[in-house]
Design a protein around this ligand. Structure first.
Ligand code: FER
Length: 301
């Protein structure tokens, strides 16, 4: 009897561990990222003054902006979706502001910047120091599909396709919503788009392919969703003339750095002015908060 119980227990144990392994593979397994060995060249350096210590620390006695969670109807997806909207210190609906659309990575949603950092604190500090113009910052969910949660297999083909579909949601739903609900200047020189990783690819794809909509674009450690350089910039002279800023960045230990390097080299060869900023770091928020610090000071001026 005792023997049988032991045998039963061990069968049960094997079964449970098999189920657990299946579960972890089915639910959490992600295909390996397209990381490549990092090969640095002389161009892969920091050109700008890195964010100083304390740039992201909450200060006393300064004015603060406000972050709200709002909903909009997406005709693209056919559902109500969410945005976070940062309005700057002293936001006054009788004035008009430019807008930065700031995108997240493959593992996040509209809250991801706030999950790993305090972008509002970075912006409030820059504003208090007179280093940025007052701007609205919109944080959308860049996974434009009915189930837009950042759970399950975040690399599934449907979810990756939804990041491309966000182009339609952004242009047809998000921007019209923002421009009809906030005090916004509605021209290309007053719209910027940036993001990290998957969101960096989106920013480059949407920003450079819709130069009539955006004059400033930032790809921070952009992911393999980034289109090929000659697709993004088929007419280098036109891009050089129209874009007021193309900002590219990467950490020098980021396995995705080749994406930024390729675009940088193409732009350089074709005389398209841009910033290519490589700082010591990996594929993480420390690089992207520094990018927000540098990028936000160079837009709408
Ligand atoms: C990939 C590797 C990384 C990829 C996307 C990513 C779609 C995105 C990473 C991130 O957003 O952090 O192969 O393919």
């Amino acid at each position: 009897m005792k023997k049988l119980n032991t045998k039963k227990a061990s069968v049960l144990k094997t079964l449970i561990s098999a189920i657990l392994i299946w579960f972890s593979v089915a639910v959490t397994a992600q295909p390996p990222r397209q990381q490549q060995p990092v090969v640095l060249t002389a161009d892969d350096t920091a050109m700008l003054q890195h964010a100083p210590v304390g740039f992201d620390q909450k200060r006393d006695n300064i004015q603060r902006g406000k972050t709200d969670s709002v909903t909009y109807h997406s005709t693209t997806v056919g559902i109500t979706r969410r945005l976070l909207v940062y309005t700057p210190p002293g936001y006054d609906a009788s004035k008009k502001y430019p807008v930065l659309y700031l995108l997240h990575g493959i593992g996040g949603n509209e809250k991801e910047w706030y999950k790993y950092s305090e972008p509002n604190v970075i912006l409030d500090n820059l504003y208090a120091d007179g280093k940025i113009v007052p701007m609205i910052v919109v944080f959308p969910n860049g996974r434009a599909m009915a189930h837009d949660e950042d759970t399950g297999n975040i690399f599934s083909p449907e979810k990756v396709a939804a990041f491309a579909n966000f182009e339609n949601d952004l242009l047809n739903d998000v921007i019209p919503f923002v421009e009809s609900h906030y005090a916004v200047i509605k021209n290309r020189e007053s719209r910027a788009i940036a993001g990290f990783s998957m969101g960096g690819g989106q920013a480059l794809n949407f920003g450079l392919q819709h130069m009539n909509v955006f004059a400033y674009v930032g790809g921070f450690s952009s992911a393999p969703d980034t289109k090929k350089p000659d697709e993004l910039v088929p007419d280098p002279a036109a891009t050089a003339k129209q874009m007021k800023l193309i900002y590219l960045s990467s950490g020098d230990k980021d396995g995705l750095i080749s994406i930024g390097q390729n675009l940088h080299r193409y732009l350089k060869q074709n005389n398209v002015p841009h910033i290519w900023e490589v700082i010591p770091g990996e594929h993480n928020i420390q690089v992207w908060t520094n990018d927000l610090y540098l990028f936000s000071q160079r837009i709408f001026k």
